[in-house]
Write a protein that binds this ligand. Sequence first.
Ligand code: SF4
Ligand code: SF4
Length: 446
Amino acid sequence: MRCGFCLPACPTFKETGFEPESPRGRIALMKAVADGIMTPDKAFEDQMNHCLGCRACEPACPAGVQYGQLIEQARDAIEDHTDSHRWWVKIARNVAFKKVFPHQNRMRWIGASLSFYQKSGVRRLVHGAGIMKLFPSHMREMETILPEASSKGVIEKIGTFVPAKGTPIARVGMFRGCIMDVLFTQTNVNTVKLLSEAGFEVVIPETQNCCGALHAHSGEMDLARGLARSNIRAFKDAGVDYIASNAGGCGALLVEYDHLLHDDPEWADGGEWFAKRVKDVSQLIVEKGRIPHFADAAAAANALQSGTKAPSCGKDGSSCGTTRITYQDSCHLRNVMKSSTAPRQLMKSVADIEFVELKESDRCCGSAGIYNLTQPEMANQILDHKMEHVKKTDAHYLLTSNPGCLLQMKLGVERHGQSGKMEAVHIVDFLYERISGEGKDGSVKK
Ligand code: SF4
Ligand code: SF4
């Protein structure tokens, strides 16, 4: 079928109107290479790399074409045959994919170094000396919105087990992620506490690894499979009923470990065992847990006191006391994990909150893993269109469910002069603050 129903769903086609930048066009190119009509040259490689991997084309396709699997195979084949990487790209890929991401202790070391850079005054010196000007503008912008890194991960902060509040419903294994546990440690801590409040006992297996998503999306399928095997072993040993993810990008690969390992006779069953237990934290709470009582009164009062985000709704700027929130879907959470109603249900269950639906919230924000670093022009174009819709919501909080989307949204808020009026926050942090009264840093708000 070449019906083209997927075209309007594709962000890169929407931006360019160019057939090779559409799912149908990319599939035609892949087929031409597979049939030997075309050689996989640099132009082919570029076209595959322009794809965000957002998979918005999948739910739009009436024939059920599994585009995500096709693009991963195409990228894997490119990596097997390419000699176009420059020497320093080869070294960087080798170090990142083999020496850093798979080793959480090394990620921890990076977290400690970044934390030192941010807190010790080195960052001020670097900025003062104009060193940042040597970097491309998109990297400079990204550096300004990086959250505070941590040398301690979720296990160092709360241990490997947290009991359920009340009678336990099930035993949940928390997937902590690699970057997530360095840059968003408090979100990981809040995820565990939120799950406990919802009636789950939570275990955090120490031997778990990076999910392998960055490897799989970059054509390093063998490395991704190795990480999958190690995660299956860790969570099986922990005897969990479910596996909770708080990052759409990781969850989307975790939920496809069955496909990733389907050709491996030794691990295919393990892949299936793992995949059917994976759920996003919102999905898990809504489908299996006890939804805690969320209320915004204390948070709204706190925001008014701190003066940073005093909600105002009148045209004259008068305070109406109601916090307005909106939500940007994580593409992988929505299109692969099929979770778009659960986060909305939780947000709408918060008392004293006005939820405003964001136009085209199902359209990618341009983050897409490291796409905003490798394809900054297209990523910024997509982000700028996104922010036009975001501004119209007049929301105080812009929530999302994936660290990459969160950083991209923070960047959008800065680029579009919205800081001070609006804050981009992970949905877990927002919800947890509304049951506990604790701040994101763990301090208790008055
Ligand atoms: S994954 Fe996203 S960017 Fe890539 S072809 Fe599909 S809709 Fe377009
Ligand atoms: S991928 Fe699906 S929606 Fe797109 S052209 Fe092919 S059959 Fe139609």
